[in-house]
Design a protein around this ligand. Structure first.
Ligand code: PEP
Ligand code: MN
Length: 339
């Protein structure tokens, strides 16, 4: 499957900034034979600090429409409520995203899902700020239930309360579990918001692709140092071109393998848990025999023989250590039960 590429500025700041960025991205993509699937730009910006740039609002919608007409890009923007969805619809914008802040409130997400019901929107669903898989799954489910044909998940990292070198904690297991629960759902990584600084972007973007992500959303500005929001994490269109050229796209294969191996592991784990239950039944029987014959619960020689049977020279030392601990755990559980 061809990777899904999304790029564009954090925010639409002025008509000139938006057109310049779009034109440069268009040229780079053409030169490198890439297709940009969506051009992104925030019109309304939900910011933590009320003194930060909140986006220019409604007037930017016509600029986005112009980007669509002039460069043939499909444009996407963030919506936080039903009214913004309607304004986007009027402006001919058919791809929207729900951001990390809106995503923490299922009631708000439901209102957006209700208003787009039956309309031909593509919905991008970013992970909620908090590392809560069920919340993210629920938000996606709301759009699927509203009949949205194209739903795409976007992993932008989580606020997990820890000091991270990145702006947000990757918690990779969460998007990977999301993919397992929705195997058909494309999932993109947004390295810009995850990293917070451009220097980390190449390694996080490559890691995401290695994990089987289906594409990338990247913040891209014609003049990042002058950006009114998220200046430290935006790259230029030329840098975007270099980044994409230097990444190895191994989309799907590793992820399909991972899912298959996990299924095999689950099968082995099921057998293991059944065997452990069976072992406990045998332990109960042994306890009864010992009691009837006045034999002690712990028989050190017997236990020594068991360990010798399984712990052998030449075993990998880490595995041997694990096995020793596992056998000890089994032994202790068995003694407790017999007592
Ligand atoms: C954005 O994409 O500009 C944005 C605000 O993202 P997030 O919701 O991931 O912080
Ligand atoms: Mn941003």
């Amino acid at each position: 499957m061809k990777p899904i590429l999304i790029a564009g500025p954090c925010a639409a700041e002025s008509e000139l900034q938006l057109m310049t960025t779009a034109e440069q991205l268009h040229e780079v993509a053409k030169r490198q034979g890439l297709s940009l699937d969506y051009f992104r730009a925030g019109v309304w910006k939900p910011r933590s600090n009320p003194n930060s740039f909140m986006g220019v609002g409604e007037q930017a919608l016509s600029w986005l429409g112009e980007v669509q007409r002039r460069f043939g890009f499909c444009v996407c923007t963030e919506v936080m409520n039903a009214q913004q969805v309607e304004l986007c619809e009027k402006a001919g914008i058919t791809a929207l995203w729900v951001g990390a802040r809106t995503g923490v409130n299922p009631a708000d997400v439901q209102k957006i899902a209700d208003v787009i019901k039956g309309k031909p929107f593509t919905m991008l669903v970013k992970n909620p700020l908090v590392p809560d898989l069920k919340l993210w799954q629920g938000n996606i489910e709301r759009f699927l239930q509203a009949g949205v044909k194209q739903v795409i998940a976007v992993h932008r990292g989580f606020a997990d309360g820890n000091e991270n070198i990145y702006r947000n904690a990757p918690c990779w297991e969460i998007p990977i579990d999301l993919k397992v629960s929705f195997p058909e759902l494309p999932i993109l990584c947004d390295p810009s918001h995850l990293c917070g600084q451009t220097k980390w972007i190449p390694q996080i973007a490559q890691l995401a692709l290695n994990y089987g992500f289906n594409g990338l959303m990247l913040e891209c500005h014609s003049n990042p140092t002058e950006a009114l929001s998220d200046a430290d994490q935006q790259i230029t269109p030329a840098e975007w071109g270099n980044l994409i050229q230097n990444l190895t796209f191994k989309i799907n294969a590793p992820n399909a393998d991972l899912i298959k191996q996990r299924a095999l592991l689950e099968h082995v784990d099921t057998q293991l848990s059944e065997l452990l239950a069976k072992r406990m039944e045998i332990v109960d029987e042994i306890a009864r025999i010992k009691k009837d014959n006045n034999l002690p619960v712990v028989q050190p020689q017997q236990w020594q023989q068991v360990k010798e049977r399984y712990l052998k020279e030449g075993q990998d030392s880490a595995y041997r250590e694990f096995l020793a601990q596992f056998l000890e755990l089994l032994h202790q559980a068995s003694i407790q039960r017999q007592k």
